[in-house]
Design a protein around this ligand. Structure first.
Ligand SMILES: C[C@](O)(C(=O)O)[C@H](CC(=O)O)C(=O)O
Length: 524
C-alpha cells in the first residue's frame, strides 16, 4: 500500500490549520455558548486527513438556528408536527418552517415489526427516515427551481416559490447504546442531512408507557456523557448540527443507578425494616398471588421516602432546619454526606435503605420534581443548543417553574416543547381560553420550537378513515367533489397532477432535453 504522500511538516501544518479552523468555528455566534470537556487539538486529531465536512446538515442547522433566534427575539414560535411521509413534508413547506421526524411514528411506519413507542426499533431507523425525507426535499427543491428557470425573470415573479428545504428535527431517543453506538447514530443523522436531533435521559430499553409503571432515567453523569458523545461526533465531523437536550425526568419512577451524588436527593428508600421488594414479589409469585397487588401492598408498608423526608419524619423542627442548612452548604450532598450531617444534627436514628425497593432489573426508585429537571437541564445546557423537558402532563405551574428556572441561569436559553400524545388539557386545569393562547404563552418563555409529534396517529388516521368511507360509498363522484375539485381550484393550487405538480414530470422532461442538447432555461 502506498504511503500517504505528505511530509512531516505538511502533516503538522495541516493539523495546526485544522485546530485553528475548529477554534474559529467554536467561537462563532452559532457555537460560542457551547462548552466542551475536550480541546480543539483532540478533535483535530480525531479527524480524517481529507475534508469530509457535512455541508447539508450544517447549512440546515444554521438555517434552523437563525429561525429559532428570530423567534426568540420576537417572542414567537415555530409550530410543527411529526411525520415520516415525504408527500406530507412537501405540503408542510407551505406552513411550517421545520419538520419533525418522530421516533414513535417511525416505530409504526418505518419498520418490519411495528409497535408501541418503546424505542425498540433498530438504531438507524430514524436516521434512514431522515435521509429519505431529506432527499425528497432536495428533489422538490430541484424540480421547482428547474421549472422556474424555464421562465423569464418577469414570468418567475408570478410563480410559486416554496422553501422545500425546511430543516429536519429528529428523534435520537437515548442514543441506543454506549459511546460508539451513539456516535454512529449521530453520524448517520448528520450524513442524512438533519438540522437538529434530540437526545434524552431515559435508560436504554426502558421507554414504556403501557405497564402502569413509570419510566427509568439514567444518572445525570450518564446523560451528560451521552450529550458529550453526540457533541464530540458533531465536532469530529465539523458539523453545525444542533443538539436538543431533552430530559424525560418528569414523573419518571426509577433511576438505573445511584453512581452520581447529584441524583441522591431524589432516590427513594424504605424507612421501615420490611423485606426487600424482590423477596416479597418472589414469595407472592410462588403463592400464585397477583403481582401488581403485592407490589402495591409492599409499597404501602415500606414507608417509602427520600432521605430528607426520612430525616424530617424523625427530627424535631429545629433539628430538621439545622440538617437542611448544613446539607445546602454543598451543591449536591451525597447520601453519605447527608447521613453524616443527620448524625450530627438529629438525635434520633434515621433508618433509610434504598436497596430494598430495587426492581428485578436493579433500578432504584426515585421521586423527581421540577427542581430535578431544572438541575439536569442546567447541567446539560452548555453541551447543547436547545432544551426540552418532556412532561407526562401539561401542568402549567410546572411548565412555568421549569422554563423560568433554567432561564435564571441561562437567560437566552431556547426551548422546545412537545404536545405529547394525549395531553388532557381540561383535566390539567386549562380553560379553553388558556389552551387557545398556550403556544403564544410558551413562546414568551423562550419556547421557540413546538411540536405535535404524533399527529399522524390521530389526524392522518382520521383523514384516511373519512376518505375511505366516502370513497367506498360514493366512488369517483365523491372523489371529484371532495378531493380533485378542491385541490385543483385552490390558489395556490394543492399539488396534484397538473403542470405545477409535485409529480414533477417537467423535471424528467428536462433530463431528456438536456441529454438531447436542448436549452432548458429562458433568457431573462
Ligand atoms: C416525541 C416522541 O419522542 C416521539 O417519538 O414522537 C414521543 C411522542 C409521544 O409519546 O407523544 C415522546 O414524547 O416520547
Amino acid at each position: 500500500m502506498p504511503q500517504l504522500n505528505i511530509s512531516l511538516d505538511e502533516e503538522q501544518a495541516k493539523f495546526e490549520a485544522d485546530v485553528a479552523a475548529i477554534e474559529k468555528q467554536w467561537s462563532s455566534p452559532r457555537q460560542a455558548h457551547l462548552k466542551r470537556p475536550y480541546s480543539a487539538h483532540t478533535i483535530a486529531a480525531l479527524r480524517n486527513s481529507i475534508d469530509v465536512a457535512p455541508t447539508a446538515s450544517s447549512q440546515q442547522a444554521i438555517k434552523l438556528w437563525n429561525q429559532l433566534q428570530e423567534h426568540n427575539k420576537n417572542g414567537t414560535t415555530e409550530l410543527t408536527f411529526g411525520t415520516t411521509e415525504p408527500t406530507i413534508v412537501s405540503q408542510m413547506a407551505k406552513h411550517q418552517q421545520s419538520v419533525y421526524v418522530s421516533g414513535a411514528l417511525c416505530g409504526f411506519s418505518e419498520v418490519d415489526a411495528p409497535g408501541m413507542d418503546a424505542c425498540d426499533y433498530p438504531w438507524d431507523t430514524v436516521p434512514k427516515t431522515v435521509a429519505k425525507i431529506f432527499k425528497s426535499q432536495l428533489w422538490h427543491d430541484q424540480r421547482q427551481r428547474q421549472f422556474r428557470l424555464r421562465h423569464t425573470k418577469a414570468q418567475r415573479a408570478t410563480l410559486e416559490n416554496w422553501d422545500y428545504m425546511a430543516p429536519l428535527v429528529a428523534d435520537g431517543d437515548m442514543g441506543f447504546g454506549n459511546v460508539t453506538s451513539t456516535m454512529k447514530m449521530a453520524k448517520a443523522f448528520v450524513d442524512a442531512g438533519v438540522a437538529m436531533i434530540h437526545l434524552d435521559d431515559l435508560a436504554i430499553g426502558m421507554k414504556k408507557f403501557t405497564v402502569g409503571q413509570g419510566r427509568t432515567v439514567v444518572p445525570t453523569s450518564e446523560y451528560l456523557d451521552r450529550l458529550r458523545t453526540v457533541r464530540m461526533q458533531f465536532d469530529v465531523m465539523g458539523a453545525e448540527t444542533l443538539l436538543l437536550c431533552r430530559c424525560d425526568t418528569d414523573h419518571s419512577e426509577f433511576i438505573s443507578s445511584v453512581v452520581d451524588p447529584r441524583d441522591h436527593e431524589y432516590v427513594v428508600g424504605a424507612t421501615k425494616r420490611v423485606e426487600s421488594l424482590q423477596d416479597h414479589l418472589a414469595q407472592a409469585q410462588a403463592q400464585g398471588k397477583d403481582l401488581k397487588a403485592a407490589r402495591a401492598a409492599w409499597k404501602a408498608n415500606a414507608g417509602l421516602k427520600t432521605f430528607d423526608e426520612a430525616v424530617q419524619a424523625v427530627a424535631s423542627e429545629d433539628e430538621f432546619k439545622a440538617y437542611l442548612s448544613e446539607v445546602r452548604r454543598e451543591a449536591f450532598a451525597s447520601l453519605t454526606a447527608r447521613r453524616e450531617i443527620a448524625s450530627k444534627t438529629v438525635q434520633a436514628d434515621v433508618f433509610f435503605d434504598w436497596e430494598r425497593p430495587r426492581s428485578a432489573m436493579g433500578q432504584y426508585m426515585w421521586k423527581p420534581s421540577v427542581k430535578t429537571i431544572i438541575e439536569r437541564a442546567v447541567a446539560a445546557a452548555p453541551l447543547g443548543d436547545v432544551t426540552w423537558a418532556r412532561m407526562d402532563a401539561p401542568v402549567w405551574k410546572d411548565i412555568v417553574e421549569f422554563h423560568e428556572g433554567v432561564r435564571k441561569v441561562y437567560p437566552d436559553r431556547l426551548f422546545a416543547f412537545g404536545y405529547t400524545g394525549d395531553y388532557d388539557y381540561g383535566k390539567a386545569g386549562f380553560s379553553p381560553a388558556q389552551v387557545k393562547t398556550l403556544h403564544l404563552d410558551l413562546a414568551k418563555m423562550g419556547v421557540v420550537w413546538q411540536v405535535q409529534p404524533i399527529w399522524a396517529l390521530q389526524g392522518l388516521n382520521m383523514v384516511a378513515e373519512d376518505f375511505g368511507k366516502m370513497w367506498a360509498e360514493e366512488g369517483i363522484a365523491g372523489y371529484v367533489r371532495d378531493v380533485q375539485g378542491p385541490a385543483l381550484s385552490r390558489k395556490p393550487m394543492t399539488d396534484g397532477f397538473e403542470k405545477l405538480s409535485w409529480c414533477g414530470g417537467y423535471l424528467a422532461d428536462a433530463f431528456f432535453e438536456t441529454i438531447a442538447g436542448e436549452e432548458i432555461t429562458e433568457k431573462a
